[in-house]
Design a protein around this ligand. Structure first.
Ligand code: F6R
Length: 601
């Protein structure tokens, strides 16, 4: 997720803005830039790579003194992480400079409209389109706030925009829709930030904005309005976190912060995936429909948590497309002699895009002339660069070592891939595909409803601080969730944990069940009776041997109540999509237990 800073006051804006960007470095970024309003002009610079590259460039250029400015650290979504794509972006005549966080879904149509009227765009970004539109409106109305309101009404998607006008050295104007923006209230100076860390070194007084609002800051005032121009009020509050906590949005660990970011991450990963006609589109995929129609086998390669996302993908792809899927650990795949042909699609799943085994595995696949598609969260990283096509997840930078939002957004990308293949190959009707996308679009709310039960999950963790071993049971798409739940616990709580396919238990592992052993059971939705009932009988079996059963079961499933020592409720969702909600309590459980055990999460 990008970092954003805005400043108006009496200090040197360059220093305040660069300091703010440094405070936001923890969010991860691949380029940075600033724009200052000085002497009736915009002075700006932007550089790929570390903030130090930008600072060096700014020092060399000796920018004019200015007390109004904006800055940005970019996490690439549209276009490679290079200088031209870095922010700020300027309008056609260089009057307006704009920085942006988020995704403008209808940017392609807007870009075509601008190009048709003679605008030349210098970058591949969706942001530059907004900068040109904003400048056109400023030239028409003479007022940046009005222009921002007008432009925001034309944009679809999620965005925070922050802009300056060279003819108005006293103000910075910003807007937000489904993307973070906070105002910092100072004495004779005001700030904007993608989070409070951007200005916490200067003030702890902040103002929160609602959706679809525009805010204008000057040195002495803050005014808020809706996109429709109607005056509005922001909500003032005092920030009582220190700087380190502020970077984590008030959470103790990045992992916990990222767990709570998941509704947003999933929503962002679904943005811009449908055409106006309701068809699924995967912009960056680069593989033609012809290529995809020829695919007769898919091999998914990945490591760790990404591998478990691949296991869920197998269920979805095979069900919706009838294409056989193998899922393999990258570290195994690269050292054996896999059977690959030109009609095999190799899908490499990697949050970082840099995992060595996965990279070597795709190189191996490409030598055999198979097509390689990456599912990746890091724009411009090596794995997507070396692949034939890519589906980017839009989780934003994952800083916590244990993957959480990375995993959920990988699942989303896998579902989208499966549905896209079904669309191209015609294995599912369009209305059925549309229905699943509708269900996916409800997932952010469902995930939020699971997060709302975090206190109950933390209480469960408190009950298990003495435990030395935990088992996880799942079936069907719940089986990889069980494996992922166990991995999280091993990785951060240093506990022995095992995930099993519930049906496999009787073939040996049941011997591990002893009095009081906690067993977390992911219960499939009731709609799929055979899966659900088999799971319930598995739970009865382990309970009969003295296990303490902690069941994750959907709302309204009362059949499980007699056999559950503890229950966490999941929203009612289709079985194939259930991993998106079922894994969340397991992440919270691991994070809390690790914290209680005194580990550095
Ligand atoms: C577990 C975890 C790891 C990664 C694995 C692959 O919480 O984070 O298991 O999933 O190292 O990493 P990527 O997805 O970056 O290839």
């Amino acid at each position: 997720m990008c970092g954003i800073v805005g400043y108006v006051g009496s200090q040197q804006a360059r220093d305040v803005v660069v300091e703010g960007l440094r405070r936001l470095e923890y969010r991860g970024y691949d380029s940075a830039g600033v724009a200052l309003v000085a002497d009736g002009r915009i002075a700006h610079d932007k550089r790929a790579g570390k903030l130090a590259n930008l600072e060096k460039a700014l020092d060399e250029r000796a920018l004019p003194a200015a007390t109004t400015g904006i800055g940005h650290t970019r996490w690439a979504t549209h276009g490679a992480p290079n200088d031209p794509n870095a922010h700020p972006h300027l309008g056609r005549h260089g009057r307006v400079a704009l920085v942006h966080n988020g995704i403008i879904e209808n940017f392609a149509a807007l870009r075509a409209e601008l190009e048709a009227s003679g605008h030349e765009l210098r970058s591949e970004t969706d942001t530059e389109v907004a900068a040109h539109l904003l400048e056109l409106e400023v030239e028409r109305t003479g007022d940046l706030t009005t222009a921002m309101q007008v432009v925001c009404c034309r944009l679809e998607g999620a965005f925070t925009l922050v802009a300056v006008d060279s003819r108005d050295p006293d103000g910075v104007v910003a807007a937000r829709r489904n993307s973070p923006l906070v105002v910092g209230i100072g004495q004779g100076e005001n700030f904007l930030g993608s989070d409070v860390a951007a200005f916490i070194g200067h003030t702890r007084e902040a103002m929160e904005l609602d959706q679809d609002q525009v805010v204008t800051i000057t040195a002495d005032g803050v005014s808020v309005s809706g996109f429709d121009g109607a005056p509005a009020e922001g909500r003032r509050y005092h920030v009582d976190w220190d700087l380190t906590a502020a970077e984590k949005d008030g959470h103790d660990w990045f992992m916990r912060k990222e767990i709570f970011e998941q509704p947003r991450a999933v929503a962002d990963s679904l943005l811009g995936r449908r055409t106006p006609e309701g068809l699924l589109q995967l912009d960056e995929m680069r593989l033609s429909d012809g290529d995809l129609r020829d695919i007769d086998k898919i091999i998914i390669i990945a490591a760790g948590t990404s591998f478990y996302a691949g296991m869920v993908a197998k269920y979805a792809i095979e069900h919706w497309t009838r294409i056989p899927v193998e899922v393999e650990l990258a570290s195994e795949f690269r050292y054996r002699d896999p059977i690959l042909t030109r009609s095999t699609l190799v899908v490499a799943i990697s949050q970082s895009g840099e995992t060595a085994d996965t990279l070597q595995a795709i190189r191996h696949a490409r030598v055999q002339r198979s097509k390689v598609l990456a599912i990746c969260n890091s724009n411009g990283s090596t794995i997507p660069r070396e692949s034939d096509g890519v589906i980017y997840t839009h989780a934003g930078p994952e800083i916590g070592v244990a993957s959480t939002k990375g995993y959920l957004t990988q699942l989303v990308a896998c579902y989208l891939l499966a549905l896209y293949l079904a669309q191209v190959k015609g294995t599912r009707f369009g209305d059925e595909i549309g229905q699943v996308i509708d269900q996916l679009e409800q997932m952010p709310d469902h995930i939020a409803s699971v997060l709302a039960q975090s206190e109950e999950v933390y209480a469960l963790a408190r009950e298990h601080v003495e435990t030395r071993s935990v088992l996880f049971l799942g079936r069907h798409a719940g089986y990889p969730v069980a494996l992922e739940g166990a991995l999280k616990l091993k990785e951060i709580a240093y506990l022995h944990a095992e995930g099993f396919a519930a049906g496999e238990l009787k073939h040996g592992p049941i011997a591990l069940i002893e009095e009081g052993l906690p067993v977390l059971c992911i219960v499939p939705p009731q709609g799929r009776d055979f899966l659900h009932d088999k799971m319930v009988s598995g739970i009865q079996e382990v309970r009969a041997r003295g296990a303490r059963t902690i069941c994750l079961a959907e709302e309204g499933d009362e059949s499980i109540t007699p056999y559950a020592d503890a229950l966490v409720r999941l929203p009612q969702v289709p079985v194939l999509l259930q991993p998106l909600v079922a894994v969340v309590p397991l992440q919270l459980f691991a994070c809390e237990l690790a914290t209680l055990l005194g580990h550095d999460v």
